[in-house]
Design a protein around this ligand. Structure first.
Ligand code: NQM
Length: 372
């Protein structure tokens, strides 16, 4: 089934319809999507990382989950399929797909599907309308980057900290200096290197197309993420889709923070779901880079010095969080994030986001024959 999930698009498969051997599976998926080829002309990929994605879904063996979701990023112009990251956008289609394929019984007017995130561990619950026992994709929810409106798919996340790296602060610090630039390396569902846009010589308000033409900037982003990858315990990330890099600036359109994100070096027209959750997490840590540029609501009393993140927090009310509007090149992404600062490192309590998804096509795909 071809689905739009949030601001991404991908091919959704039942695990049992794909080869069990990961090498054979990846070889097939490259041919299905049409990679490697910058136009993916001989496959169903959309010639962009955000439209060259795959979800593999199966009933979960974990008693606390309904389904398992494995996300695969199929590179566009290289013969590479990577399972090293989550995708919160493609996740939005997983619950509806599970109901469409009969893996989950619809639960009345709305159905909640509990999803195990196979790539990284952690869980998500997707809640969406199923009136009369059928998924209803129609609705009044607009998300920026998608024309029109559709039904809301409400996503709640648990256990996302250290998704690919093992820790919320994978370097063990809230601040690192790479190439003379202060960065905060964070992983609350997505490993991200966060730096101030001004420290890389841009305002942070440039259109993403302009950033894509700035070869010197892209070289600096690549250098930052290669070194950050090592510090974050990810090893050599030259061929990996993580970590992402996000450059931040003060908000200028009513949000809490303005962002320009690179996936991993190509500028994103928006920002990923778990990417935004991770950047907001970093902004909530008192000693981190993005907090200096963010306009965070509330604040609260900070009484005690935190050993790792430096800032002070209220021991009686150690939970910080709320709903945050993140500005990106083409609009806004709203995420909910809650952290407990009384632990060291801080604990990611929960996160949430509203997406929409839509079934686009259901049928038989005919992969190109031969080697990718
Ligand atoms: O961060 C792009 C996207 C994503 C990932 C990327 C995502 C997420 O916008 O949860 O959704 O970071 O490669 O779909």
């Amino acid at each position: 089934m071809l689905m739009r999930g949030g601001t991404s698009k991908g091919a959704y498969f039942l695990a049992g319809d794909l080869p069990a051997d990961p090498g054979e599976r990846d070889d097939l998926l490259l041919r299905v999507l049409g990679s490697p080829d910058p136009r993916q002309i001989d496959g169903i990929g959309g010639a962009h990382p955000l439209t060259s994605k795959v979800a593999v879904v199966s009933a979960s063996a974990d008693p606390s989950a309904d389904v398992d979701y494995l996300f695969l990023q199929v590179a566009v112009d290289e013969p590479v399929v990577s399972a090293r990251q989550n995708c919160g956008n493609i996740l939005a289609g997983v619950g509806p797909f599970a109901v469409e394929r009969g893996l989950v019984e619809p639960g009345g007017d709305r159905t909640d599907v509990r999803i195990r995130l196979v790539n990284t561990g952690g869980f998500a619950t997707a809640s969406f309308p199923t009136p009369g026992g059928r998924v209803d994709y129609r609705g009044g929810t607009a998300i920026s980057g998608v024309p029109g409106t559709a039904a809301a798919v409400v996503l709640g996340f648990e256990d996302t900290a250290g998704s690919a790296t093992g820790g919320l602060l994978p370097t063990g610090r809230v601040l690192d200096v790479i190439d003379g630039v202060e960065v905060t390396c964070v992983d609350n569902g997505m490993p991200v290197v966060v730096a101030a846009a001004e420290d890389l010589g841009i305002t942070g308000y440039e259109p993403h197309e302009e950033l894509a033409r700035d070869a010197a900037l892209l070289d600096r982003v690549q250098s930052l993420r290669l070194q950050a990858g090592k510090l974050m315990g990810l090893g050599d990330v030259s061929a990996a889709s993580v970590p992402k890099t996000t450059l931040v600036a003060p908000p200028r359109d009513g949000g809490v923070l303005c962002t320009r994100t690179f996936i991993p070096v190509r500028p994103h027209a928006a920002i990923g779901v778990l990417g935004a959750i991770s950047v907001v997490t970093a902004a909530l840590l008192p000693g981190g880079v993005p907090g200096r540029h963010a306009r965070l609501p509330g604040g609260g009393r900070f009484d005690v010095e935190h050993p790792t993140v430096g800032g002070r927090f209220d021991v009686e009310h150690p939970t910080v969080g709320g709903r945050f509007d993140v500005e990106h090149p083409t609009g806004h992404l709203e995420v909910e994030v809650e952290l407990d600062l009384s632990t060291d490192p801080p604990t990611a309590v929960r996160a949430a986001n509203v997406r929409t998804a839509r079934k686009l096509f259901d049928g038989t795909v005919y992969p190109r024959e031969g080697n990718p």
